[in-house]
Write a protein that binds this ligand. Structure first.
Ligand code: BEZ
Ligand code: FE
Length: 302
């Protein structure tokens, strides 16, 4: 009897899944058909595996509704949700296939701004943002080690209090800029030693993190986006090896290869470009960047 019941229950559940999957059979866009059928397959499997209660389903709908309500031009709660579930990082991983020793990509995050000011090599991105000065240098090459001249490097980071300029209320631009590599592929700039900060956690995603005992903190990092003709655009960060949060970045953005040694330079140490630091201590870090060829991108357009 019990066995029959389970068999009948399972048959009904499977039949429903099959019918919903089949409802997309006549979709003429093969990619859309694949996406929808696979989504239904995995969604139904999840519901069946956890034996989702109707109350839990209702709570999920309320959660998504709250995410919609808090989302506006400046706040994107659905991307945050994707970030903390590792879905953003998994998408980045799938779309930036390993290629030789090309530098690994990581999450884009919500704080990039187009048209950040241009600086010359050796310039300062801080724009008055508070923090400890950090000399960042390296070279951009292809995976054979050939220099990539004229690569555009966008850099952005939070100040020492963990805020990006877009979170200031006076609209000023700070701690972001772009620059271009020289003929040898080299670049250098003054930034700030990165500090840890929480992702926006005053909404439903923050409440979910709290309810599940997870921290909203991101490990200290400095964002880069590097683009050059014929090369795959690289969106990445570097992380500070001494940061205790390296193992628990809430958006799973840390890659071992992106963890760097930020060297502490005692007060009075001459700076690489002769800049007068008023006797203050400073930091330095090296980040050599290897770009994959553009053709390695996966094309899923149909
Ligand atoms: C960031 O690095 O800026 C970031 C990434 C994902 C979510 C929130 C912030
Ligand atoms: Fe960030």
């Amino acid at each position: 009897m019990t066995t029959d019941f389970h068999t009948e229950q399972s048959r009904r559940e499977q039949d429903l899944t099959d019918r919903v999957v089949a409802s997309f059979d006549s979709c003429t866009n093969p990619r859309l058909r694949l996406l929808m059928q696979s989504l239904v397959h995995h969604l139904h499997a999840f519901i069946r595996e956890v034996r989702l209660s109707e109350r839990e389903w209702q709570a999920a709908v309320e959660f998504l509704t709250a995410a919609g309500h808090i989302t506006d031009d400046r706040r994107q709660e659905f991307i945050l949700l994707s970030d903390v579930l590792g879905a953003s990082m998994q998408t980045v991983t799938v779309n930036n296939e390993a290629y030789g020793d090309a530098t690994e990509a990581t999450v884009f995050g919500p704080f990039f701004v187009e048209d950040a000011p241009e600086i010359a090599i050796g310039g300062d991105i801080s724009g008055g943002a508070a923090g400890e000065p950090c000399w960042v240098e390296g070279a951009v090459t292809d995976t054979f080690g050939n220099p990539v001249a004229g690569a555009r490097i966008e850099v952005w980071e939070a100040d020492e209090d963990g805020f990006y300029d877009v979170q200031y209320d006076d609209g000023r631009t700070a701690a972001r800029a772009h620059l271009f590599t020289d003929t040898e592929g080299r670049y250098a700039f003054w930034g700030l030693r990165p500090t840890p900060y929480p992702i926006p956690h005053d909404g439903p995603v923050g409440r979910m993190l709290e309810a599940t005992g997870r921290s909203p903190m991101r490990a200290s990092h400095l964002h880069f986006m590097v683009s050059a003709d014929d090369h795959r655009t690289l969106v990445t960060h570097i992380f500070d090896r001494t940061d205790a949060l390296i193992g628990s970045d809430t958006v799973f953005g840390v890659r071992d290869s992106l963890v760097k040694d930020f060297e502490s330079m005692p007060a009075g140490t001459p700076s690489p470009d002769g800049r007068d630091l008023d006797g203050a201590p400073w930091w330095r870090v090296r980040f050599d960047i290897r770009l994959a060829p553009a053709t390695t991108a996966i094309d899923t357009r149909h």
